[in-house]
Design a protein around this ligand. Structure first.
Ligand SMILES: N[C@@H](CCC(=O)N[C@@H](CS)C(=O)NCC(=O)O)C(=O)O
Length: 219
């Protein structure tokens, strides 16, 4: 059977979310680069894959999907085994906790952390824009409050949804990976349980493999 295809640059955070899930389940896949410089993401071919002209897009035979979290969940359901079950859908309560912390990543953690990544890394290194230190300072204050909640949670459980690694943890990988390349990475040292959780995630073979494809621009 032809491998599934992920469309988009491998270093993109939303692409990395999908490829990490594919690695975790051991699926065969191909990453097809989409060139933003030539506006390939707005080409008719790509708009047929994602009508919003964004990456990632995903193809499995006749099935075309977009939205990185929806694609990832498709992957985790399709390739689920007794050994690799990252959504925990056979257990109502565990699945609900996976959903809770997946939502926390999307709506609370990421909005606090990602502006720091944009200001310290993506804007200066990829767009030639200066770092807005006011945005960074405000975001750091927001992030500290979020990390206090994470510290309390992770002092009771080894992973966010419970004592098992899940999609909720994996979702945190792409932006946190880039955050660790900013001058503010040491912030995590103040939250020992969060730091230990992050180190556990980074030690996963699938995470190491995807991290190697991301290569953060030097701050
Ligand atoms: N919610 C979407 C966000 C996708 C997204 O924002 N992709 C960006 C790159 S990371 C993009 O394609 N930007 C180009 C554009 O919006 O025109 C997902 O998770 O897949």
């Amino acid at each position: 059977m032809a491998p599934v295809k992920v469309f988009g640059p491998a270093m993109s955070t939303n692409v990395a979310r999908v490829t990490l899930c594919l690695e975790e389940v051991g699926a065969e896949y191909e990453v097809v680069n989409i060139d933003f410089n030539t506006m390939e993401h707005k080409s008719p071919e790509h708009l047929a894959r994602n009508p919003f002209g964004q990456i990632p897009a995903f193809q499995d035979g006749d099935l075309l999907l977009w939205e990185s979290r929806a694609i990832s969940k498709y992957v985790l359901r399709k390739y689920k085994t007794d050994e690799v079950d990252l959504l925990r859908e056979s257990n109502l309560e565990e699945a609900a906790m996976v959903d809770v912390w997946t939502e926390v990543d999307a709506h609370t953690y990421n909005p606090a952390l990602s502006p720091i990544v944009y200001q310290c890394l993506f804007n200066p290194m990829m767009r030639g824009l200066p770092t807005d230190e006011k945005v960074v300072a405000e975001s750091l204050e927001k992030l500290k409050k979020v990390l206090e909640v994470y510290e309390a949670r992770l002092s009771k459980h080894s992973y966010l949804a419970g004592d098992f690694v899940s999609f909720a943890d994996l979702n945190h990988f792409p932006y946190t990976f880039y955050f660790m390349a900013t001058p503010h990475a040491a912030l995590f040292d103040s939250y020992p349980h969060v730091k230990a959780w992050w180190d556990r995630l980074m030690a996963r073979p699938a995470v190491k493999k995807i991290a190697a494809t991301m290569v953060p621009p030097k701050a």
